[in-house]
Design a protein around this ligand. Structure first.
Ligand SMILES: *[C@@H]1O[C@H](CO)[C@@H](O)[C@H](O)[C@H]1NC(C)=O
Length: 133
């Protein structure tokens, strides 16, 4: 590396807003409210770098976001899904679990847990934990 390139690289590192340096392909996560009975759902997802805020999702509607894995090559988004005063918690994206299957992760949320839809399959999971509000 020439001195100039090194300088530019250092400058690049310095002007980056600290933790948001990211690599690799963009990953899209889509979360759809698939609850029965026309119920709204409150969704709150966070990673170490991003807090996506509380989202109100009407029946059959969805919320989506994009991200890249962080500089360490791993990202974990944990979410809470609230209806009827119960928080249902689930890790919606984890690099070590999902990086091979999931460049667009399509989730539909049901009462018993979220289901991942990919290549014609639907894999349903149980909630990681519940919390009364
Ligand atoms: C949501 O989708 C389901 C299945 O397609 C449908 O039966 C239901 O009426 C829809 N609910 C609303 C509120 O649009």
């Amino acid at each position: 590396m020439s001195v100039t390139v090194k300088k530019f690289f250092l400058l690049f590192l310095l002007v980056q807003p600290s933790t948001s340096i990211s690599f690799g392909p963009k990953i899209t996560v889509v979360v759809q409210n698939g609850l029965q009975g026309g119920r709204d759902m409150l969704l709150h997802c966070e990673s170490a770098d991003d807090d996506l805020g509380v989202q109100l999702i009407h029946p059959n509607n969805s919320f989506q976001w994009k991200f890249q894995n962080n500089v360490f090559g791993r990202t974990l988004f944990h979410c809470s899904f609230q209806w009827e005063s119960v928080l249902h918690k689930f890790v919606i994206y984890k690099t070590s679990r999902d990086h091979n299957t999931c460049h667009i992760c399509n989730w539909i949320v049901k009462e018993d847990g979220p289901c991942l839809i990919f290549s014609g399959r639907t894999d349903c999971y149980n909630w990681n934990s519940l919390e009364e509000r």
